[in-house]
Ligand binder design. Structure first.
Ligand code: NAD
Ligand code: DAU
Length: 356
């Protein structure tokens, strides 16, 4: 029995693969990742010699490759993490987002539908397609609005969230029309180890340590709901194990914070763990810059369904998770500098040769 994980060299997919393989008796993982700028096999260095981790560099939009991999490895589940994930990049250039998030998900669904249709009844019954999505599909909340539930209207506001919304609709349609056994998770903002330093939390840590400005968009009062990445991974494992077919599960940790509060927390932790040489606070590096176009003001996830139906709850509080995260970045400057310079691509060549 194998799991096909797409996007498993990215931030969340990489953490998922590591956590999955750390479980006793875990099934092997076939990891399909295109290795865009955001995919980094160095994240998976600790399992590079593990026979249960099979890495294939490839695109979820490549129908031929998908058909071959499914036929050869006969997975019992497909988990779709692969996506273009950065909102700011989607504003600068939306096309890649449509290509991977919409067309890629469609091709993956088509390949999986053909594979699943040919399975023996017991394997067909047990098969799952789990689609990893985001709270951004629900749009923006005003202060005082109730948190997003699974039945909240879809109101995506950026090219990124619109492309994810389209992918969610395709997944839903493949269940409704073809009976494909799908599960969808819509999660809030993740943070933790191996997070690419273009996103708020790792960018602020890395810039602070480099003595660079900490660029807060607009007034910094936009609110995000933060979840430690390993808690997202445990939620996905639980939904895969026991989620009801065709259902959507929101994932979140009830941790709404304004961006400026996050940046202050990071500065204060760094002041404690690695004080600046001049004795001043990292807060002095904060600068307010032009706001993101169409910037969503507030996200908040109501994760009661996942808790009440499947008994999931996060293991970390925001305070414990953010401290672990800062510690991880302080302990792993090599990972950060290789990601920033693109040098991990050379490392991948050395480590995996022509297989990657
Ligand atoms: P990421 O950008 O760190 O990683 C994406 C991975 O997908 C990379 O390894 C990349 O190489 C790979 N990829 C991109 N296009 C591909 C393609 N066409 N074929 C195969 N692989 C491809 O993203 P992430 O933050 O790890 O997000 C993973 C998933 O979780 C995404 O679907 C995202 O929408 C969703 N999500 C992210 C967050 C968050 O806070 N980061 C929150 C909720 C949901
Ligand atoms: O909500 C889930 C989503 O969270 C995921 O679906 C996305 O893949 C993920 O990238 C993330 O999207 P955000 O846009 O919320 O994350 P980002 O880290 O880019 O920004 C978080 C907040 O911080 C947002 O309000 C914009 C702000 N910000 C971001 C950056 C990079 C700044 O103020 N300054 C910055 O330099």
């Amino acid at each position: 029995m194998t799991l096909l994980v797409t996007g498993g060299a990215g931030f969340i997919g990489g953490n998922f693969v590591l956590d999955w393989l750390a479980q006793p008796g875990a099934e092997p993982v076939l990891n399909l990742d295109k290795l865009t700028y955001a995919g980094n096999l160095e994240t998976l260095a600790s399992v590079s010699q593990d026979a249960r981790h099979i890495f294939v560099q490839g695109d979820i939009a490549d129908a031929e490759l998908l058909a071959r991999l499914l036929a050869e490895h006969r997975p019992r589940a497909v988990l779709n993490f692969a996506a273009e994930s950065h909102v700011d990049r989607s504003i600068l250039g939306p096309e890649d987002f449509i290509q991977t998030n919409v067309l890629g998900t469609f091709r993956l669904l088509e390949a999986v539908r053909a594979y699943w249709g040919g399975l023996e009844p017991a394997a067909k019954e047990a098969f799952r397609f789990l689609h990893v999505s985001t709270d951004e599909v629900y749009g923006s909340l005003a202060a005082g609005d109730a948190a997003f539930t699974e039945t909240h209207r879809y109101e995506p506001n950026s090219p990124y969230s619109a492309s994810k919304a389209a992918s969610d609709h395709l997944v839903r349609a493949y269940h409704h029309t073809y009976g494909l056994p799908v599960l969808t998770t819509n999660c809030s903002n993740n943070y933790g180890p191996f997070h690419f330093p273009e996103k708020l939390i790792p960018l602020m840590i890395v810039n602070a340590l480099a003595g660079k400005p900490l660029p807060v968009y607009g007034d910094g009062m936009q609110i995000r709901d933060w979840l430690y990445v390993k808690d997202h991974c445990s939620a996905i494992r639980r939904v895969l194990e026991a989620g009801r077919l065709g259902e959507v599960y929101n994932v979140g940790g009830w941790n709404e914070k304004a961006n400026i509060e996050i940046v202050h927390t990071l500065c204060d932790l760094l002041d404690e763990l690695q004080p600046r040489a001049d004795g001043q606070s990292y807060r002095g590096q904060i600068t307010h810059v032009t706001d993101r176009p169409g910037h969503d003001r507030r996200y908040a996830i109501d994760a009661r369904k996942l808790h009440e139906e499947l008994g999931w709850r996060p293991a970390e509080t925001f305070e414990s998770g953010i401290r672990k995260t800062v510690r991880w970045y302080l302990d792993n400057p090599g990972w950060v500098s290789r990601v920033q310079s693109g040098a991990y691509r050379d490392w991948v060549q050395t480590q995996y040769g022509s297989d990657a």
